[in-house]
Design a protein around this ligand. Structure first.
Ligand code: NAD
Length: 419
């Protein structure tokens, strides 16, 4: 059956199922299925050739009942309001699972950043910040990097916001360069969390990472940092890919060499050549024979068709929403354990929280301290997920949704509806 993928419908339908499976008061579904506020902005930018282009941007603020809105900003030509809505919901759930005092939000601009010069990107980012400035701030809504945005983007947002309010305001974004009060360990935090999730999943089955073969789709911030951490712990990463295609080697890829190549030459993986390494398509990567498949690129990569053919024995979702609802049902039927995005990629927002705490208190923590605190927090929330999974006899995804929704509904109830 050919499914039309809508990330928002997907998120809301899983939420509905989880309310039932977790015996949660489903009157609150109506509240949580809708964002609190959606902002759409049109951003005029003068291009390098003197022409003017208008870009469409969004900021969706799903929930702030557990703390300020929190969520990344994505630059991608396929950004839609429904995608940003889903991403904002997942942020609320993720922060609840991790027990950090944030709500959920997400932003996006419909743009292919590869087609813009650095100066055009800077002007676009400043214009977007100016447009959403009335609704963001260090105690209201704190953006961070996501697909095609990074520490540089956060530095531009920080500066624009600080200029507007007339004083430096480091806590308005996280994922900033360390030199601009970013946190040590933030850049690699999402990838580190993916590694921790994989280890916890295997340990729960009484296994270790010894002899495990990993395949990773996406070699951006999340995928490349996860790949590096596995590689340095002597775990074989047999396949990786990016938007241009993938690489495979049964002996394990030299991830440092590939990362250096991507960083210094700025080329796509399709141009990388090394003895013993073969080129594959993204579909071949998803279907390769491995122990852990890690989608770390975009939504809807593991479709129903792919799910019925995958040859991995475990899946750890580093990207947000990489598995469709149809695929999820097939994987459950095939008994392939899957750690869902809202737990597996929570390392990013957890260390963003640490960065924000350091900014507020004007402190600087060492990398080892940050990494250790991340590890402890994820271990604690994994134990909570295991307890819910056992109680409800469900998948990890369902347990994660139930855990998060229970916390959100509790907060809604204890505060009472307003007015
Ligand atoms: P990024 O822009 O740094 O990298 C994205 C990677 O995916 C690139 O290698 C790109 O070439 C590849 N890619 C894009 N389209 C693809 C396709 N169709 N097939 C295969 N590869 C493709 O982005 P990122 O920050 O690494 O984010 C990746 C995923 O992780 C996203 O779903 C994002 O929402 C999620 N995430 C990111 C963070 C973070 O801290 N950056 C935190 C939580 C979740």
């Amino acid at each position: 059956m050919n499914e039309v993928y809508d990330p928002y419908k997907n998120a809301v339908s899983v939420m509905k199922k989880a309310m039932l499976a977790g015996s949660i008061d489903d009157r609150y579904f109506e509240i949580l299925a809708h964002p609190q506020r959606e902002t759409k902005v049109y951003l005029p930018v003068e291009m390098d050739d003197g022409s003017i282009k208008v870009f469409e941007g969004y900021r969706v603020q799903h929930s702030n009942i557990r703390g300020p809105f929190k969520g990344g900003i994505r630059y991608h030509e396929n950004v839609t309001l429904n995608e940003v809505r889903a991403l904002a919901i997942w942020m609320s759930l993720k922060c609840a699972i991790a027990n950090i005092p944030y709500g959920g939000a997400k932003g996006g601009i419909k743009v292919d950043p590869a087609k813009l010069s650095e100066n055009e990107l800077r002007r676009l980012t400043r214009r977007y910040t100016f447009a959403i400035a009335p609704i963001i701030g260090p105690d209201t809504d704190i953006p961070a990097p996501d697909v095609n945005t990074n520490g540089q983007t956060m530095a531009w947002i920080l500066d624009t916001y600080s200029q507007l309010i007339g004083k430096p305001c480091f806590g308005v974004v996280t994922g900033k360069p360390v030199e601009l009060c970013g946190s040590k360990g933030r850049n690699s935090a999402t990838g580190r969390g993916v590694y921790i999730s994989t280890r916890l999943l295997l340990e729960n089955e009484g296994k270790s990472l010894d002899g495990i073969r990993v395949a990773i789709q996406g070699m951006g911030n999340v995928g490349s940092n996860a790949a590096r951490i596995f590689y340095h712990r002597h775990v074989k990463v047999i396949a990786v890919s990016d938007v241009s295609g993938g690489l495979i080697s049964e002996d394990g890829l030299d991830i440092e060499d590939i990362s250096r190549y991507l960083e210094t030459r700025g080329h796509l993986l399709k141009d990388y050549n090394h003895p013993g390494v073969s080129h594959i398509t993204n579909e071949e990567l998803l279907l390769c024979d491995c122990d852990v498949l890690i989608p770390a690129a975009m939504e809807n990569q593991i479709t129903g068709e792919i799910a019925s053919k995958v040859r991995c024995s475990h899946i750890v979702e580093a990207a947000n929403g990489p598995t469709s609802a149809e695929a999820d049902a097939i994987l459950e039927q095939r008994k392939i354990p899957l750690i869902p995005d809202i737990f597996a990629n929570s390392g990013g927002v957890i260390v963003s929280y640490f960065e924000w705490v350091q900014n507020i208190q004007e402190l600087t923590w060492e990398r080892d301290q940050v990494n250790e605190m991340l590890e402890n927090l994820m271990k604690k929330s994994f134990d909570e997920l295991l307890a819910v999974k056992e109680e409800c006899g469900c998948t990890f995804r369902m347990a994660a949704y139930i855990d998060a929704l229970r916390k959100l509904v509790y907060t809604e109830k204890v505060k009472g509806l307003f007015p």
